[in-house]
Design a protein around this ligand. Structure first.
Ligand code: ZN
Length: 265
């Protein structure tokens, strides 16, 4: 009897949902880093719901969500995140199969007009555009918090489920911006260590924990999550929100509307 050896086969894992190489993540065959999510897509309502639910500052008007973009990554940039997530998953004995991964908000500086219209999807290279820098290579713990000298839980990457708190850290540098943006990231929270009091000298969570959960109570009014190395997080969505104000009427637009003729800029 001849025994046929089994074919060698390699189990190729499916591409991550946020991989730029996934066919469904291309638009007209193009591989952009941002992909606009249609309102009809269930992901839109899911992320919008998170954003609206997370708007907890009673004194701030609830904004409208104008656009949501999916943030796409090359396999190389996702690999280390997915490997870290898998390693946490092995130690977290939770029902969650992704190392207690959560979608959390982060606000930062935007110098360009990324996301301002549904078609503004190209990252800029302006030096003070922290948004595009994070979108290009993800968070860099060495650069985090450089804007704020006070770091409640030490030198880490700060995210929150409270979108209105993330909004406190969102800054439009361009005067032409009329909307605001918040990053929604996948964060491997793992086993969080709960802290009620500030601990500004932290550089990592205690042994056996994967993140710090700043709890509401003594020193904090809105919760926050802090992780301490780059592979704990990858941006997943960009939410563009706000209440568009009437654009100021400039002389040029006034003249254009009077004579209905395009002016050379
Ligand atoms: Zn930019």
């Amino acid at each position: 009897m001849v025994v046929h050896p089994q074919d060698d086969w390699v189990d190729i894992p499916p591409l991550d949902e946020f991989c730029v190489d996934k066919t469904e993540n291309r638009k007209n065959g193009r591989r952009n880093r941002l992909l606009r999510v249609d309102r009809e897509n269930p992901r839109f309502s899911e992320v919008e719901r998170l954003f609206i639910k997370g708007w907890r500052h009673g004194k701030k008007d609830k904004p409208e969500v104008h656009f949501i973009f999916k943030v796409l990554w090359t396999e190389a940039l996702l690999e280390s995140y997915l490997a870290y997530r898998a390693s946490v998953q092995r130690t977290v004995k939770a029902k969650d199969k992704r190392g207690n991964e959560r979608l959390l908000f982060h606000g930062t500086n935007r110098a360009c007009l990324l996301g301002e219209t549904g078609n503004n999807v190209l990252l800029c290279s302006l030096r003070d555009c922290s948004l595009c820098s994070i979108l290009r290579t993800s968070f860099d713990v060495t650069k985090c918090g450089s804007k704020n000298a006070f770091k409640r839980f030490g030198h880490g990457i700060y995210t929150t489920s409270c979108s209105s708190k993330a909004d406190d850290y969102t800054t439009n540098i361009s005067k032409e911006a009329t909307l605001r943006v918040a990053l929604v990231s996948r964060v491997v929270v793992g086993i969080p260590y709960k802290r009620y009091r500030n601990a500004t000298d932290l550089v990592s969570p205690p042994n056996g924990y994967h993140s710090i959960a700043g709890e509401i109570g003594w020193d904090l009014n809105y919760e926050e999550t802090v992780t301490y190395h780059n592979d704990t997080i990858r941006p997943a969505y960009l939410v563009v929100y706000g209440n568009r104000q009437e654009a100021p009427v400039t002389l040029k637009t006034f003249v254009r509307s009077m004579f209905k003729t395009p002016l050379a800029s």
